[in-house]
Design a binder for this molecule. Structure first.
Ligand code: UGA
Ligand code: MN
Length: 336
């Protein structure tokens, strides 16, 4: 007689019950425990958080591994593999910035927009002789993947509060330094797009998803610029055939810096394409784009340029009349 047939039906029931419970507990541990663990870190958007954490952690590890060429080499291979799995092309966003009373407020607002964008690398370039403590500390607590650079605009070319010479260009050398960094550090196989985002504009989150898949140079309307409610490319049958621009409308590319993005490969394939301190105001965009593309090759975005997803907002210079009267500044030892 077999052992099972000698058991009472109660014993058999207990045995089956215990076996099922054991299997169930094992499943709980192996399967549910991992899900539960992951859920703690992924409360809302799985993809965006994972990607951001990856970028952030990689940058931190690169920082720690400085001066260890073997580690850096391995990390680069690892980074490439991770990026190859990331489905979305990366946005390289270059932002020139300069010290003024509203600088931290502008950067704070802009950084909160970027925090909501996946797979983006922020290249912040200070118009300054040295990197400032304000921007350095700001970026390190921003929780964003970033690169911090600096280059001063020569004093003769610099616009000041007392002498706001409208002919002087802004952010030119800073954007060029951002481009050089990209050409030097970004892997040629990386899929991506380059965008020049001034620190004072207002950006709709949809704009980033529009520009992300740019094949050559994409364009879209910009609100509140050039003396109009909206400056926009005129699109016929999916092609740009003109512009509604009125300010300096004879420019080869009469659009604002906020109104276009360039495919990363195009930037890497044209090392000569850059901005210049010696072109007249308003011609920076044309200076860069004429080396990269013809107007009829532009890719219209934002529903064939029918939507405004970025505004050329400009922040009023704050009224500090009372401040100038003080012998001790109101913000002594206090960053504003
Ligand atoms: C317009 C365009 O939107 C800019 O893209 C263009 O650079 C600029 O004209 C120009 O004349 O070159 P606007 O609002 O007049 O922009 O310029 P700002 O917003 O004052 O400056 C553009 C960017 O350059 C900002 O990110 C700003 O922080 C930075 N900047 C400005 C500097 O780095 N240094 C400066 O001395 C001034
Ligand atoms: Mn501006």
């Amino acid at each position: 007689m077999s052992r099972f047939s000698r058991m009472s039906s109660l014993q058999l029931f207990v045995l089956i019950f215990c076996t099922i419970t054991a299997i169930w507990l094992t499943m709980q541990f192996v399967v549910f425990n991992t899900c539960w663990h992951a859920a703690k870190y992924v409360p809302t958007n799985v993809q965006s958080l994972c990607q951001k954490e990856q970028n952030y952690l990689l940058l931190r590890v690169f920082e720690i591994a400085k001066g260890e060429p073997q580690c850096i080499k391995l990390l680069k291979i690892f980074e490439k593999t991770v990026n190859a799995y990331g489905s979305k092309p990366k946005i390289f966003m270059i932002t020139p910035t300069y010290a003024r009373p509203v600088q931290k407020a502008e950067l704070t607002r802009l950084s909160h927009t970027i925090l909501l964008v996946t797979n983006i690398h922020w290249i912040v370039v200070e118009d300054a002789e040295n990197k400032t403590a304000l921007v350095t500390n700001f970026l390190s607590k921003s929780r964003l993947p970033f690169t911090h650079l600096n280059v001063p605009t020569p004093p003769a070319m610099k616009m000041t509060k007392e002498d706001p010479n409208w002919l002087k260009p802004r952010g030119v050398l800073q954007r060029n330094l951002g481009l050089s960094w990209i050409r030097k550090h970004v892997h040629p196989d990386e899929k991506g797009v380059v965008y020049f985002a001034d620190d004072d504009n207002t950006y709709d989150l949809d704009l980033f998803e529009e520009m992300r898949y740019t094949k050559t140079v994409s364009v879209w309307p910009v609100g509140l610029v050039g003396g109009l409610m909206v400056e926009k490319p005129i699109v016929k049958n999916g092609k740009v055939v003109g512009w509604n621009t009125l300010w300096k409308k004879d420019r080869p590319f009469p659009l604002d810096m906020a109104g276009f993005a360039v495919n990363l490969k195009l930037i890497l394939d044209h090392p000569e394409a850059a901005f210049s301190l010696s072109v007249p105001r308003g011609y920076q965009e044309s200076k860069l784009l004429k080396d990269l593309i013809r107007v009829d090759q532009l890719e219209p975005k934002a529903d064939n340029c029918t939507k405004v997803l970025v505004w050329h907002t400009r922040t009023e210079y704050p009224k500090l009349k009372q401040e100038w009267k003080l012998s001790v500044p109101s913000n002594l030892h206090m960053e504003v």
